[in-house]
Design a protein around this ligand. Structure first.
Ligand SMILES: Nc1ncnc2c1ncn2[C@@H]1O[C@H](COP(=O)(O)OP(=O)(O)O)[C@@H](O)[C@H]1O
Ligand SMILES: [Mg+2]
Length: 221
């Protein structure tokens, strides 16, 4: 198993305010890491830095061995396209159907429309959304939206998925369902998942647990 992402001695401050300090984390193919911590402890900041959406104040972010603090924006965008993002509030595109939402990330990678549609349909079916293809986002339940957001995050078979409280708005039963879908996909496609969660039952099901407290990261399991 090779290391996909390595955060090495990462710190992030906003002005005088230190948000995270000396963070070290490695994630390998197929590994699922749960990141837990109180609100405001810096979890989203870690994900943003890992996803090359924000820069650390110091330290290095290595993606497949490349130090991303030393590359330009075009190269970062290229690497970011090998990642999948899943957000707590989905960020689905409301003017598009469920099917189109899962087609779009593929079109960005220049897949042809027919192929993108076929992949999106099979992805929706895997997530139990085959009857919702043509529904608009406003016509979907919270659980359906969350499954759709995960299907979209996975459709390009990214090497790494960064998920920020992907079950944050779901009841316990739906949380477990959504998590097992994510986990099965990660395992069968060898996708690494770094997932922020408040749900300790889900965290226990991850391969590794990290806890963030006052900007300091500790490995628990
Ligand atoms: N752009 C920013 N400017 C200033 N402070 C920020 C910014 N982004 C986050 N913070 C602060 O960093 C801390 C950690 O935020 P965040 O990473 O969102 O925590 P979490 O996701 O664990 O709730 C919070 O105190 C937040 O107010
Ligand atoms: Mg957050």
């Amino acid at each position: 198993m090779s290391c996909i992402l390595k955060l090495s001695s990462i710190a992030k401050s906003f002005g005088e305010h230190v948000i995270i300090d000396n963070i070290n984390l490695e994630i390998k193919n197929g590994e699922i890491i749960a990141l837990i911590g109180k609100s405001g402890s810096g979890k989203t900041t870690v994900l943003q830095i890992a996803g090359l959406l924000d820069e650390p104040t110091s330290g290095s972010v290595l993606v497949n061995g490349t130090d991303c603090t030393k590359i330009n924006n075009r190269q970062k965008t290229y690497l970011r396209r090998t990642f999948g993002f899943v957000y707590q509030f989905h960020h689905l595109l409301h003017e598009f159907s469920a099917l189109e939402n899962v087609m779009l990330p593929q079109m960005i990678l220049d897949k042809n429309k027919g192929e993108a549609k076929k992949n999106a349909q099979s992805m929706l079916a895997n997530f139990g959304l085959q009857d919702r293809e043509l529904h608009m986002i406003s016509e979907l339940s919270g659980g359906e939206r969350q499954r759709l957001a995960i299907a979209r995050g996975l459709v390009n078979f990214p090497q790494l998925v960064l998920a920020d409280e992907p079950t944050g708005n779901l009841d316990p039963e739906n949380s477990l369902k959504v998590f097992s879908l994510l986990r099965n996909y990660a395992k069968t496609k060898n996708i690494a998942v770094l997932m922020v969660t408040h749900n300790h039952i889900l965290a226990q099901k991850a391969d590794t647990i990290f806890a963030l407290e006052k900007g300091v990261l500790t490995k628990l399991q």
